[in-house]
Design a protein around this ligand. Structure first.
Ligand SMILES: C[S@@+](CC[C@H](N)C(=O)[O-])C[C@H]1O[C@@H](n2cnc3c(N)ncnc32)[C@H](O)[C@@H]1O
Length: 320
């Protein structure tokens, strides 16, 4: 998803991501892309606020039924008295998807064979900071104990024999969400796509796990906060910095700064870097491996090198 793309193109692209996955969002976004009145309504919002996931969640937050007819969604936007717009302006896309751990854990295990100091940049509520609290199933291989996260695998990934141990964990986010805040957790549930009951149940489980030991989350821009956090983490074990569906929210010049920051930290041996972003977002990582030009989903990178393609919510892992 290109957040700077023309609005119709953004919605058409989002509909492709939702195809055969969320019929409701596929239908709504396909129709938005051809609906001049709704596009004009969206174009009155600031650019970063036009993105489908945010607008769709805000409409549902204010009672638009989903799954449900496009006309109800359309009417709610066009008749909005400012209530939906206020939610769009006040909140953001902070989808916190622990399903992604099923695709991240093989990378965590590859970079360190002892308990890690884990830093997540763009952590949202920090739900992905607890990889050690789940079990994992990849095809016939199952490891760990705790709630099960599953990904189908192809391309012979090096799957770990045990769940990585975490010695220390912390995150950074522009707007860290407090796992004990019911309103914030309810917003996260509205960011889960309409038909995805399994994901909503997984979210509830993840919130309960994080509530048992709320993670340390630093408020701030990852570019500013990361170096100090890496220095702090180093006392606790091999440092692993990771992120998933985050760099897309950085303006292009900040993406370049982030790529340079991470490349420098890795070169200095100060941390390992596990990235999980859409192919167009970190072009240097994408160009380092045989990533097909029409790849959807995310590119999983280790220390700047593309190693796999992953499903956006963790349903599959294709090792390159
Ligand atoms: C889509 S969420 C992904 C959350 C989590 N990484 C996951 O995979 O479940 C993106 C998160 O990145 C955060 N974010 C965006 N730009 C950021 C920045 N410059 N610095 C820190 N956090 C940022 C947002 O606030 C949001 O919580």
């Amino acid at each position: 998803m290109d957040l700077a793309a023309d609005t119709a193109e953004q919605y058409r692209d989002f509909a492709l991501d939702a195809r055969d996955y969320s019929p409701c969002y596929d239908d709504w976004c396909t129709r938005v892309a051809d609906d001049a009145e709704v596009l004009a309504w969206l174009d009155r919002l600031p650019l970063p606020k036009r993105q489908p996931n945010l607008v769709l969640a805000a409409a549902r937050w204010h009672g638009v039924p989903a799954p449900g007819p496009y006309d109800a969604f359309r009417s709610a936007l066009l008749a909005d008295d400012g209530t939906i717009v206020a939610t769009i302006r006040a909140r953001s896309t902070q989808t916190n998807e622990v399903g992604r751990l099923a695709t991240l854990v093989p990378a965590f295990a590859l970079v360190a064979d002892r308990p890690v100091a884990l830093i997540e940049v763009g952590a949202s509520a920090g739900l992905n900071l607890f990889p050690d609290r789940y079990s994992y199933a990849w095809g016939g291989r199952t490891i760990g104990s705790g709630p099960l996260l599953t990904a189908s695998v192809s391309g012979d990934p090096p799957l770990p024999a045990a769940v990585p141990s975490v010695a220390w964990r912390a995150g950074v986010d522009l707007n860290p969400l407090d796992v004990t805040d019911d309103d914030a957790m309810r917003w996260l549930s509205f960011l889960v796509w309409p038909e995805h009951e399994e994901r909503r149940a997984r979210l509830a489980t993840a919130v309960a796990i994080a509530r048992s030991a709320p993670p340390v989350l630093v408020r701030g821009n990852l570019l500013d906060e990361l170096p100090a956090l890496v220095a702090t983490a180093a006392a606790h074990g091999p440092v692993v910095v990771f992120h998933s569906a985050v760099a897309v929210y950085l303006p292009p010049e900040d993406r370049d700064r982030f790529q340079a920051l991470m490349t420098g930290l890795v070169a200095e041996g100060r941390c390992h870097w596990v990235s999980n972003e859409a192919a167009s977002v970190l072009p240097e990582v994408t160009a380092s491996g045989p990533v097909p030009s029409d790849a959807r989903g995310f590119v999983l990178g280790i220390d700047g090198r593309a190693v796999a393609l992953t499903h956006g919510h963790g349903a599959w892992l294709r090792w390159l």
